[in-house]
Structure formats: C-alpha cells, structure tokens
Design a protein around this ligand. Sequence first.
Ligand SMILES: O=C(O)CCC(=O)C(=O)O
Length: 252
Amino acid sequence: MDNGYKDIMDNDGYVILKNALPQKMVDSYNTMIGNYFGLGKARGESRWKPDAFNNAALFELHKLFELKDFTEPLQSLTDNKLMYLHHGDIHLNFTAINLHDDCQERGTDTSNYSWQEDHPLNREPYRCYTIAMYLQDHDDDTGLSVMKGSHKLSYTGMTRENMHKLEIPITNLNTKMGDVVIFDCRLLHKGNKDGRGDRKAIYFRMGQKNIHSENHIIGAVTRQQQENNQPINAYKIHPEFQAVLEKNSILY
Ligand SMILES: O=C(O)CCC(=O)C(=O)O
C-alpha cells in the first residue's frame, strides 16, 4: 500500500490520514486523558505526560499499533522498517505556540552527522516522523499549523524572527477528530490556542530504522527522562509495550 504518501511527504513534509482512528477509540482516549489529568479540576490548564506509552495507566494507547489504517501508511513511508522512536506524550491544553521543529539532538554526537537535506554529513534518508492525533475537531484554526516544505530548509540555529521571515505561508491543518497527522520532524510547526479548555492530543514519534532514528531516540529519551525527573540511563521499555510492538512488526 502506498497511496502516494512518500511523494506527498517529500513535497509537503506532512501527510494527513483522514479518519484513521475509529470514533470508539477517539472517545475512549478522550476519556482516558481526561481521567489521567483530572479534567474536572484541570480544565483550561496545561498538562502533559512524557513517556506515556510506558505508563501502565495509559496502556490503552498500545491499541494504536494494532490499527492497520495507521501502521500501513507508516510502514510504506519507512520501507517496512518502521520503528518506535521512544517518544510519546499525551497533552491536555498543551500548546507549543511558537514555530519549531521536533528534531532531537540532545546528547547526540553531531560531529560527523547531519539531518539537514543535502548536507554532506546526511548519508541516509531522513524519515523521523511526529504523529499528532488531536481528539477533537479543529475546523476553526485551533489545531496544528505547519510551514509546508520547511523540512527541506537548513534552519538550524535560526532565530524565531528569521523563521517568520521565510515568506512561506503558514497552513492551518483544520483536522477532524479521528484524523492522524504524520509530519517530518524537521518541519516547522506550531500549535494554536483553543478556548474550550479541554484540548487533548496524543503526540509520538516513529521512523525508519537508520542513523537518524537512532540519534533521535537518544535525544527523545534524554528529554523525557529529564521531564519525568528520572536518570537518563534508567529508561526501559515496558515488556508489555515491547510485546505489542513485536506482534505488529514494529522495531524499537
Ligand atoms: O500545541 C500543539 O498542539 C503542538 C504541539 C507541538 O508542536 C509539540 O508538542 O511539539
């Protein structure tokens, strides 16, 4: 199954899988995230939980990896070498409103390595993707916005001011609940404010097993362990999560 996803990804830096999540799953994740953060009290407040897939209270998330409408396009984008990149957050009213990329370089030796397009030290296809699942409709510019094609730019170290001077229009992805956005981690993107007070999302990363994914994992684990106040070398994938990935032919 290809459906031209590779061409779209190459050109735009993102793909939207319309209606990939069944409504039942959307509803149950809405409830799960609401319960986890205590939505009654936390309405309107910003909360997020890093490394959610290894948290027993959130194992319902593992069902995502059994969903062929979601994994097959990703297998096709990654030449059937799909890998979990050890990054998975759930969000309640978490909004990253400034343009940014999701490349992870913390703790990575970048002396002989680059993820930038056409850079001489970029020797393998860059196929690290952020998966964004918003659990409500965003037909009113309150979801995710992207700078189409910016995954091909060399903007390392670029100031925010200069990012906005790029003269690339910002596209609002007016997604519906059940849609899944897959975007190249190098793509400049931002979230938007939502006055409803219960904006929920699942954010995680997957990629093709190669040097970029391996480096991405180092940075992602470093960040998550720091955010969870845990030593970096104490990170472990939970055996139940590992079993789900293996059963669905996903590397980790
Ligand atoms: O606010 C949002 O929904 C975007 C979140 C985001 O860009 C991120 O977590 O990297």
